[in-house]
Write a protein that binds this ligand. Structure first.
Ligand SMILES: NC(=O)c1ccc[n+]([C@@H]2O[C@H](COP(=O)([O-])OP(=O)(O)OC[C@H]3O[C@@H](n4cnc5c(N)ncnc54)[C@H](OP(=O)(O)O)[C@@H]3O)[C@@H](O)[C@H]2O)c1
Length: 382
């Protein structure tokens, strides 16, 4: 399946800052289909954005291609998937100011060139980005998560990226780049919430809130692993679509504000084993209500705003319920997740694909919240 939009002209806003007007390294070369080594063109396009400056401030600039150093890969980016977090970066909900960086975390690409000492990949390999480039394995630490793509360091909304080989993961072989680009943040967060933290066994019941990127990935993973799914949405059309994707029960959270008790009943009266909570302040209390004794809420997001959530401690300790906070995941988790997706033959749900020169429109489409699944920007060739 291919999701590539038709070829589009380069952005009219492309600028060539004087600092980037220099020749690339003579060693920046790409293999041609005949196996001969051809020199690469001078510059590659990358978007840049200052945190909180707004989607309208997204700017495409030319920057010189760079050859990979020891242990590094030069990646040709083929697709970039957007996440709600990218809207928060753009509109200032995650802070304001700082230097302009390359936004976005989730890319699929192809290895164009491997630097000296690279052992994990070869030119031509298809890869996806690792959200926290320094969190390779083991438990979460401050150091491992200090650098996050498109948040605290340059991300992937670019034609090319050069970074350490350990910041990349093999893409599932059956996915095209648009599909593969949805794994690094939304997909891995859903995987982590269901199968890394206190893994849910087949037959367990999970509740998923809304039909955004994380929740729809969780729906697909849950059904592939034999879980029962109750999904909520504000939109009856989306609920219908969720049922075709395998949701066992659906509830419109707009029409049923006290949906926690309804979910508990749908799960047989005791409650659900886990809620993947993306709403935060506006959903957490209902999520806890939906749990069975001993159940847990994977606390992932705050789509409902930045205010603290009001939660009666008794709602947790009576019934021994737990809150499990989590951040995306490590490279080791991403490897397990990518293998599962490949083995199960899963294909993520893509809502819309935008060409590279319409990245701003892709952001605006995500912000409109009419999507079900993922909004993706296609980049590069093939
Ligand atoms: N902790 C982490 O590491 C991590 C990782 C990834 C994402 N997140 C967070 O998780 C959240 C979801 O991210 P995403 O990228 O999946 O977002 P998204 O694709 O933009 O999801 C938007 C959808 O969420 C649903 N929604 C909005 N408000 C809701 C509410 N009050 N109750 C239930 N559903 C609601 C809506 O679905 P309907 O239209 O169907 O109602 C909406 O279309 C965000 O807060 C994000 O920052 C955190």
């Amino acid at each position: 399946m291919s999701h590539r939009p038709s070829a589009q002209p380069l952005p009219s806003s492309v600028q060539a800052p004087s600092s980037s007007a220099q020749a690339p390294s003579s060693s920046a070369q790409a293999p041609s289909s005949s196996g001969a080594v051809a020199p690469v063109a001078t510059d590659a396009i990358a978007y840049r954005l200052v945190r909180g400056a707004g989607i309208g401030a997204l700017q495409a600039v030319r920057r010189p291609r760079r050859a990979p150093g020891p242990g590094e890969l030069r990646i040709g980016i083929r697709a970039v998937a957007l996440n709600h977090r990218d809207l928060m970066f753009a509109d200032g909900r995650s802070g304001q100011g700082g230097p302009a960086i390359v936004p976005a975390s989730d890319a699929a690409g192809v290895v164009l060139e491997a630097g000296p000492g690279v052992t994990l990949f070869r030119p031509g390999d298809r890869v996806i980005s690792s959200f926290f480039p320094d969190w390779l394995a083991g438990p979460v630490t401050t150091a491992a998560t200090a650098r996050a793509l498109g948040g605290s360091v340059d991300g992937v909304l670019a034609e090319e990226v050069v970074s350490p080989e350990t910041a990349w993961v093999p893409a599932p072989a059956h996915l095209d780049p648009v599909e593969a680009a949805t794994l690094p943040c939304a997909g891995l967060t859903a995987w982590h919430a269901l199968f890394e933290l206190d893994p849910l066994p087949p037959g367990a019941t999970v509740a998923l809130l809304g039909t955004g990127g994380v929740s729809v990935w969780a729906l697909q993973l849950a059904k592939a692993a034999g879980l029962r799914v109750i999904l909520t949405s504000s939109d009856d059309g989306k609920l219908e679509r969720a049922r075709t994707l395998g949701a066992d029960f659906t509830v419109n959270y707009r029409r049923v504000p006290a949906w926690g008790a309804v979910l508990r009943e749908l799960a047989g009266g005791e409650g659900v084993d886990r809620v993947l909570d993306v709403g935060g302040p506006v959903t957490l209390a209902q999520s806890v209500t939906a749990l069975r004794p001993g159940g847990s809420v994977a606390v992932v997001g705050r789509l409902g705003g930045g205010e603290p959530a009001a939660l009666d401690p008794a709602a947790l300790f009576l019934g021994g319920k737990r809150l499990l906070g989590l951040m995306v995941g490590s490279r080791a988790m991403a490897l397990r997740f990518s293998r599962f997706v490949e083995t199960a033959g899963l294909r993520p749900v893509i809502d819309r694909v935008f060409p590279f020169d319409r990245a701003g429109d892709a952001y605006r489409s995500l912000a409109a919240s009419r999507h079900l699944g993922k909004v993706v920007i296609a980049a590069g060739e093939g």
